[in-house]
Design a protein. Structure first.
Lengths: 304, 328
């Protein structure tokens, strides 16, 4: 019942978000045609505005945009003429999704074992070293990790290509750059979750039954301790799948993360609203799925 | 921050308030003390450094900025050595001085941006939590909506529109002096950074205020005739202040990171000023397949990581100290 209500709420929420984004980009001084080759005569500018219906009142433009959305049409890009926003997203999104999924797998694959290890050996040196590693992964931003990886592994040692997109070999450095931060976050979340869970009464019960430490940690503590990681995966996946400006810019990857920044700089109104809607829809749906999964996994989680 | 904790004040020291107990736990935590000292050391170094980057101490400094950036030579890129400890950058400037002044600006931006987010977040969360009911619902749904939009678009929109207004004013009949204009540009940056990072603070404060507003001591002061503002400011908020401090320490690194991202985009600190982010960005521009100028990335990046590391550990230690469950 709760989840049905939340699913029904998705659409009005997206509507509000689309309106906010629509109004917000229009509020910025300057327009999408400011960077045209100068001098653009007033007639040209007026015709351009008329072509894209920018001369109509805001509410009419918004209704027109919503009408287009109903047909799955995100409108034309104001910056890249002859391309619709839908085309650009359809071209860039698969690339960003591929990279994002790889980074997601790396983050889980590195973060969960690290977090588990630091929690299992708590109070010993291995745990402190592992925790320091996780904090370091969080504190060294991708704009530092990326260039260092390029200089060391691509230019100096020539193990990997410096940039561009194509073979699986091209995927390695961007995946590391993008996923490292999230791996650190996941390791810390799991560590904290394990420590909290190990104080729970059902763990004491399991120990009282005479279970070995490994069985207690793996079978009883881990499934519960992984829940915070699960709820963090929703927003994390939304971030990863919509691309990262820094990684795509550093490695010259044709994803949509670059557009997220450039379209707002270019005042490409339709592009901005399209990308905001994409991100918001992804985030809301993923959060819903994650909450659903949490409720299914942990019988103690209850939503009213 | 005021310290009128209900149980502090006149009580004898034998019965410390929760905040006093938290401080005691904090001081006993070696990680907390180590990270505080590291942070203090970094801040002291950053603040004191300008005294030493003068001719008697640094004889090479007047020679900085003598290299034409477009000359066909890489003589301006001196690797780290006895004269330039961290090497020199694209204009032949001493990187050590650049890194310290960049760190100073990054920390400053982090502090001011955090203060902006603190004011908005606490205000919003306290009012939503205190009013409750319909106001609470509306205000928190607004936060939810903002949460589900990519923050980078907000920041860009805010900063570019403020800068556009400024540029228009400057080209008008009464332009401001350059120094004032630069400060206004900074202000736009602070505002933009603070305006996107108050959401979590608002949620945390709202949750706490909501749970506190029907406690007996609040009812007591209401019965005594205290106004809403007095109840909120003197009785409810002091009890949230531990959590606010904890969360503030965690906001500073995220704002510093965000600023370095904006500087990477060219929207943050403008040259000739530098932040750690813009230093790293100008280091990435120099990546080429012939010569590796690693020091341009490693040193600013290392300084950034060290600062964030200290702040992160400090935040963790503060959280542990204020978490009632960690009492042993």
């Amino acid at each position: 019942m709760y989840f049905l209500k939340r699913t029904l709420f998705l659409l009005p929420l997206l509507l509000v978000i689309s309106f906010l984004a629509f109004a917000l980009v229009r509020a910025v001084p300057g327009g999408p045609f400011d960077r045209e080759r100068k001098p653009a005569s007033p007639e040209i500018e007026r015709n351009l505005r008329a072509k894209y219906h920018l001369d109509q009142p805001l509410w009419q433009q918004y209704l027109r945009y919503l009408g287009g959305l109903l047909h799955g049409d995100f409108g034309p890009s104001l910056k890249y003429r002859n391309h619709s926003v839908g085309d650009i997203i359809a071209q860039g999104l698969p690339v960003s999704i591929a990279l994002g999924t790889a980074a997601f797998c790396f983050a889980l694959g590195a973060g969960i074992p690290l977090g588990f290890y630091t929690a299992a050996r708590r109070g010993r040196w291995g745990s402190y070293a592992g925790s320091l590693l996780a904090v370091l992964a969080i504190c060294v931003p991708s704009m530092v990790v990326g260039p260092i990886l390029i200089m060391l592994l691509a230019i100096k040692l020539r193990w990997f290509p410096v940039a561009l997109w194509g073979s699986p070999w091209h995927l390695v450095l961007p995946t590391l750059t993008l996923g490292l931060y999230f791996a650190g976050r996941i390791a810390r979340l799991l560590h904290a979750g394990m420590l909290t869970t190990l104080h729970a009464e059902f763990i004491t019960t399991a120990r009282a039954k005479g279970l070995g430490e490994t069985a207690v940690l793996l079978k009883h503590a881990l499934p519960i301790a992984v829940l915070p990681v699960l709820s963090y995966s929703g927003p994390m996946l939304a971030d990863l799948l919509t691309g990262s400006f820094i990684v795509e810019n550093l490695f010259q990857i044709p994803g949509i993360g670059v557009f997220m920044v450039n379209s707002s700089l270019d005042r490409d109104y339709t592009m901005v609203v399209g990308l905001v809607l994409l991100y918001a829809a992804l985030l809301l749906v993923l959060n819903l799925l994650v909450d659903f999964a949490c409720a299914a996994l942990d019988p103690r989680v209850k939503y009213e | 921050m005021n310290s009128h904790t209900p149980s502090a004040g006149a009580k004898p020291p034998a019965d410390p308030s929760p905040n006093q107990r938290a401080w005691r736990r904090f001081r006993r935590n070696p990680v907390a003390m180590a990270s505080s000292f590291l942070l203090g050391f970094l801040v002291a170094l950053i603040l004191v450094w300008p005294l030493f980057s003068r001719p008697p101490f640094a004889p090479h400094l007047p020679r900085a900025l003598t290299h034409a950036p477009n000359a066909v030579s890489d003589a301006q890129f001196q690797p780290p050595g006895p004269q330039y400890w961290l090497g020199t950058d694209v204009h032949g400037r001493d990187l050590l001085s650049r890194v310290f002044s960049g760190a100073r600006l990054s920390l400053f931006v982090g502090l001011v941006g955090t203060a902006v987010s603190l004011v908005i977040g606490v205000f919003w969360g306290a009012i939503a939590g205190y009013c409750g009911g319909r106001w609470d619902a509306v205000m928190m749904r607004f936060v939810d909506v903002l949460y589900s939009m990519p923050s980078i678009i907000f920041v860009i929109v805010l900063i570019t529109s403020l800068n556009a207004v400024l540029a228009k004013w400057q080209s008008g009949p009464a332009p401001l002096p350059d120094a004032t204009a630069r400060w206004l540009q900074f202000t736009a940056l602070f505002g933009g950074l603070g305006a996107v990072s108050w959401l979590t603070m608002a949620r945390i404060v709202r949750g706490q205020v909501l749970s506190l507003r029907h406690r007996a001591f609040v009812d007591a002061s209401r019965v005594l005739g205290a106004g809403h503002f007095r109840i909120l400011w003197h009785h409810v908020l002091p009890n949230v202040y531990g959590l606010i401090i904890v969360y503030l320490t965690m906001t500073i690194p995220s704002i510093i990171l965000y600023e370095s991202f904006l500087s990477y985009l060219g929207l943050g600190i403008q040259p000739p000023e530098a932040s750690l982010g813009s230093l790293i960005a100008s280091g990435t521009e120099q990546i080429n397949s012939i010569r590796i100028y690693w020091w341009l990335i490693v040193f600013p990046g290392g300084m950034l990581a060290l600062t964030l590391l200290a702040l992160n550990f400090l935040g963790d230690a503060l959280r542990d100290a204020w978490d009632p469950r960690s009492e042993n």
